[in-house]
Design a binder for this molecule. Sequence first.
Ligand SMILES: [Zn+2]
Length: 263
Amino acid sequence: MSERLTTEQIERYSRQIMVPDLGGKAQMRLCRSRALVIGAGGLGSPAALYLAAAGIGTLGIVDADKVELSNLQRQILHATADIGRPKVESAKATLTKLNPDIEVPTFAVRFDESNAEKIAQGFDFIVDGSDNFDTKFLVNDLAVKLGIAFSHAGIMRLQGQVMTVVPGKSACYRCLFKAPPPPEEILNCQASGILGAVAGTLGTIQATEAVKYLAGFEDGLLTDRLLVYDAKTLRFREVEVRRDPHCAACGTGGRMSSSIDPA
Ligand SMILES: [Zn+2]
């Protein structure tokens, strides 16, 4: 990446360069930054589209699945012709079509303890768009360990929640939730359905936080508070989150090596 924006980049990103809180310097930071999107699904799709459009220089995508017909109602990176194709392939094609200026490294694997650190190493921000608690806790613990800021989000039916974690500065996901819920509750969540636009709202908030963080915003991030969205009544509310000194991930009581901790 050169030291200056090209004429084409200045035109492509002009509407965000005009934003007083951003400007050309922030745009250059975005063009040099690296974000990792875990899951090219309901949350990852809108997040990755906005991050690609904003010119995040390197946009990694992790997903082991293939596109299915039932994904298309919310996973807007993929189209009908992509059914059966690996999601990372379909995602990369869509994102580079939108913005050929960016690199899109892909990882067609399930993000787990065997590969997580190797994949995440070197990224500046993680968007967690995963759909299961094991991955969400793994992302949290790894991000805290490596000192990578990330956005957590969860969605179900007509509701969602989102929070940004800046390791060493803010409360983490495990400060709030401690451990994954019991298996019977998880099964209920997966069978519960989701409105596509709710995933879109939450994924878009995740992209907003990623851009803010990568552009160098120090204040105003969605840290130490969980934003809860209820689309049925169209209300947002915030839950204050405090850093837990005994947190198994970020507390002073020692770091854990595994995300799977029944305690
Ligand atoms: Zn914590």
